[in-house]
Design a protein around this ligand. Structure first.
Ligand SMILES: Cc1cc2nc3c(=O)[nH]c(=O)nc-3n(C[C@H](O)[C@H](O)[C@H](O)COP(=O)(O)O)c2cc1C
Length: 162
């Protein structure tokens, strides 16, 4: 329905960033406590956000009741609004990488706290909080495999034929 549901908040102010960082630190600590022994200590060594380093912070919301499109195409699958917003993020991510810019998606946040901090409309749902900037390192393989958080699995484990 060409509803263009993405809403992009450029988070510039130190006051807002500080509250986002506090949310990340609280949620990250809560997540760390879900793991035991070796996995817990490895979790605590992971770098799971670049909130303090990234020059640009973008909070991407999806409007769950946009006027644009007048509802066309989303009566059967309203979740397509969020899918549209994710597609926009993916396109942004590819374009950024093509320019040598890095993007980190931070999901270890309380979405309602982020919405309150940024004082957005009630119909906006947080989809992604993005840290954007030039990366300090370039890698081909995922960090979580490099630090042995997870094993590399072949595509065949995710591909099915019927
Ligand atoms: C939906 C989604 C959520 C993510 N959440 C986090 C997160 O909370 N913390 C984190 O360190 N990485 C997270 N990531 C991964 C990073 O965004 C990504 O691996 C990182 O930016 C490195 O970028 P690259 O994969 O282009 O090298 C997430 C990725 C996706 C797709």
């Amino acid at each position: 329905g060409n509803s263009q549901p993405w809403r992009i908040v450029v988070v510039d102010s130190k006051a807002c960033r500080d509250r986002i960082i506090a949310s990340f630190e609280a949620e990250n600590e809560a997540a760390a406590r879900q793991y035991q022994s070796e996995k817990a200590s490895l979790y605590r060594q992971l770098k799971l956000a670049g909130l303090k380093e990234a020059p640009v912070h973008l909070a991407i919301f999806s409007d769950e009741d946009p006027e644009q499109g007048a509802g066309l195409g989303r009566m059967t699958m309203p979740e397509t609004l969020a899918y549209s917003t994710v597609s926009m993020i993916h396109t942004f991510w590819l374009a950024a990488r093509a320019e040598g810019v890095g993007v980190g998606w931070v999901s270890i946040l309380d979405p309602q706290q982020v919405a309150r901090t940024l004082q957005v409309d009630e119909s906006w749902r947080l989809v992604a909080y993005l840290c954007v900037g030039y990366p300090e390192e370039e890698h081909v393989d995922p960090e979580l495999e490099r630090v042995r958080w997870q094993a590399r699995t072949p595509l065949s484990s995710r591909l099915f034929h019927r």
